[in-house]
Design a binder for this molecule. Sequence first.
Ligand SMILES: [Zn+2]
Ligand SMILES: [Zn+2]
Length: 339
Amino acid sequence: MPTLPALKQFVSSTGVRIYRISCDVLPLLSGRVYLLLGIETPTLIDTGSGSGICTSQIFQGLEEVRARFGEAFSWGDIGRVVLTHAHIDHFGGLPEIVRRTGAEVAVHALDRRAVEAYDERAARSNFAFDRFLRQAGVPGDRRREILAEFGYVKGRIESVAVDRELIDGEDAGPFRVIHTPGHSPGHVCLAVGDILLAGDHILARTVSQLWPESVAAYTGLGHYLDSLKRIQRCGPFRLAMGGHEPVIHDLAHRLEEIRAAHQRRLERLLEILSGAPEPLCVDQLSERMYSRQRGYPALLALTDVGARVEYLEQLGRIGIADIEHLAEQACPVFRYCPA
Ligand SMILES: [Zn+2]
Ligand SMILES: [Zn+2]
């Protein structure tokens, strides 16, 4: 495991003290949670994955806030946990943290069900991913391998009651809620004065993972790009900090880079389709874009391409080639060609 960045304090233009605590959320993936102090209700933003030593790293970080920065604070004072979104690396630690702090839980309505009824969401997602992979043209053995490695496992996360739904535009004490669907349906960014807590919507180095809307409503590239515009309208921000990766010092520049990266990938897909002698399914497109992946990385590559193909089809830039056969099968493979 690479070394985690040290605990760091940031102070917003509104005087809120934001402590960035790093933790190992998944093998080879580190995450960030944020403790907000200098406000009526000490608030924790996100909770890590709950796996391995992640939760103990968060509690060590909370202890360090007191020891290193002289904050008269103990973790029992945390009165509220806010989730930027309900992906496992952000809310898997929630049950244990709520047990130990007694904090109330706040999340956007569109991600609420994953927190309160995890097993139902897991079953629902596996069904939707299986259908997506069939339509993408992924053969049975690889489909089973991909789904076996996928993180939605029944009983993996204990369900927790949500106390409050976050509403777009509301001023929830020290921060303003900005609903930014795309990476997840109920994803929110939080504006704390001149600092943006960006969750997984905007990261310093990587482009956020995309999912097709056919798998989960309010995801997809169209929603994601609209949410980027929304952040631009809410700014400017002096700093942005995501759920992973370093601090973003020039958010306007980073937004431009992300938009350009999406544009390049869309153009590359159109180029592949235009140059192909016959229509291609998402599996074939994914192999040409990202080479052949296995297991979980294969699912990420397929959903990325699936979301882009869906967006191009929504815009009328590409079409489905064999429409006359679609009605004949329960779950046909979709093959695409330029419009
Ligand atoms: Zn995420
Ligand atoms: Zn994440």
